[in-house]
Design a binder for this molecule. Structure first.
Ligand code: ZN
Ligand code: ZN
Length: 159
């Protein structure tokens, strides 16, 4: 199906011609800070399927390999662009016109999940990054990529 979405004020709009390639709940501290919410859900669309139909998000580097995008007018959190995931555009779940129709794949960074947040679903949960996608996310105290570390390994709070 075709998916559409945009920011709260309507200055930014997008369209995706194919279904999401992945949908993930991220519990990391950076997503919490960026969104203002308890956790953030990203919907990944193939870059070739995705177009901004009105406006463009303002982007900033939230870490070395990642930029986050937001509406410069209303401030809505909109997108994530990672160098290791250059084949896709990640948009915030809440920006979709029909967020009720997505199918969530898994949870990541559950090591940073808020202790009072109760998650009743049975989707896979990863203490840090998922095995499903590459990442260059680093812990605060480790210069090595986290990929390959056992789940639950001690480490930083942020992606
Ligand atoms: Zn806006
Ligand atoms: Zn995150």
């Amino acid at each position: 199906m075709e998916w559409t979405g945009g920011c709260l004020c309507g200055a930014l709009r997008y369209r995706a011609s194919g279904d999401p390639v992945r949908v993930v709940h991220c519990h990391c501290g950076m997503c919490r800070r960026a969104s203002g919410a308890a956790f953030m859900t990203f919907v990944h669309f193939a870059k070739d399927d995705f177009d901004w139909t009105a406006g463009r998000p303002k982007r900033y580097h939230s870490s070395a390999g990642a930029e986050r995008g937001f509406c410069p007018d209303c401030g809505s959190t909109l997108s994530m662009h990672e160098t290791v995931l250059a084949d896709r555009v990640q948009v915030s779940l809440g920006s979709l016109d029909r967020p009720d129709l997505v199918r969530v794949d898994d949870h990541v960074w559950t090591a940073s999940q808020l202790p009072w947040l109760e998650v009743a679903d049975d989707r896979p949960r990863f203490a840090k990054i998922s095995d499903a996608v590459p990442s260059r996310a680093l812990s605060d105290d480790d210069s090595e990529p986290l990929r390959g570390l056992p789940q639950g390994a001690a480490g930083g709070d942020d992606q």
